[in-house]
Design a protein around this ligand. Sequence first.
Ligand SMILES: COC(=O)C(/C=C/C1=C(C)CCCC1(C)C)=C/O[C@H]1C=C(C)C(=O)O1
Ligand code: AKG
Ligand code: FE2
Length: 364
Amino acid sequence: MAPVPISPINVGHIDDVQELRKARPATIPERFVRDMTERPTLATALQPPDTVPIIDFSRLVKGNKDEYKSEMLQLTRACEEWGFFQVINHGIDLSLLESIEKVARDFFVLPLEEKQKYPMLPGTVQGYGQAFVFSEDQKLDWCNMFALGLEPHFIRVPKLWPAKPLKFSETVEVYSGEVRKLCQHLLEYIAMTLNLRTDFFEEMFGVAVQAIRMNYYPPCARPDLVLGLSPHSDGSALTVLQQGKGGSVGLQILKDNKWMPIQPVPNAFVINIGDTLEVLTNGKYKSVEHRAVTHKEKDRLSIVTFYAPSYEMELGPIPELVDENNPCKYRTYNHGEYSKHYVTSKLQGKKTLEFAKVESKKPT
Ligand SMILES: COC(=O)C(/C=C/C1=C(C)CCCC1(C)C)=C/O[C@H]1C=C(C)C(=O)O1
Ligand SMILES: O=C(O)CCC(=O)C(=O)O
Ligand SMILES: [Fe+2]
């Protein structure tokens, strides 16, 4: 008899949340019910002008001098004070945003047996399932995920690329190419806000790592008890998030110790600074903790692109951004090692970034 592969990780049985929703159990299974302190009851609506900055990308690319200057100031403020911003007029064809949303939705509505042909195995982050689950007693997110590594090609797992819907792979390729260019351009402007050469990050990153994750949050009868996605910061340099049309307001960021919702802006991308940019800028720009919550009647879809340096890169604070007033907060490490650490740790606020922190000197 062929040996049965033994996984060192025992995650127990993970219910598929779309199937749970269909079955409508009288109570929410215990594994999804959060401890009191984690329950999403405390969101405070952001009041204008205290909302996540909106960057008009077209004013950066082809605005007049004044428009360019004021947009660059907004971008600097967004990176320094928020770690999140929304980008409008980004230049990506709106029909492509519609197409990716359609193939993502069409994928999630497929029968479970079809989706399970592409399983996200315990301890891995690609395919269909729930990522970041490492033990039987870990609470689960009210979310189904489908993720693929895209660039460089060696991170691709071809057997996880779905045959259905028919246009899935083609759409992901075209969409990801466009989002990659957007990331490269955003990093050029971000470099300029730091008085670095425009091509600083492009040169430093080598062949950047890129991955896509589609998150589907079905409605939940008790949104007050569960989380769509656990609090975390992203390990990437930049993350580009597209919120599906007509979905619930689900993304929340931790601002001044309070959870605040991000109102979707039609056709905009939500951009956030990941751990890697926090390290490179020596904490001048921060990766901000965020989470997703669910809704009683509405579902929600998000399509997320992670953009990060090559795994080979040795990474630490950029020397120009370290001085007496801002002493070095992070050590130098290999990005591949950080990626491994990130994907083998559960989502837990900003805990994974402790990997990179310089030990603080104990008072003598
Ligand atoms: C919440 O974050 C993630 O799911 C995630 C995973 C990304 C990846 C894949 C889905 C496929 C293989 C590559 C990669 C690890 C990038 C976050 O990605 C961040 C974390 C690190 C580190 C990073 O580089 O991007
Ligand atoms: O769905 C969302 O809005 C949040 C998704 C997210 O933070 C992630 O996938 O890393
Ligand atoms: Fe995230």
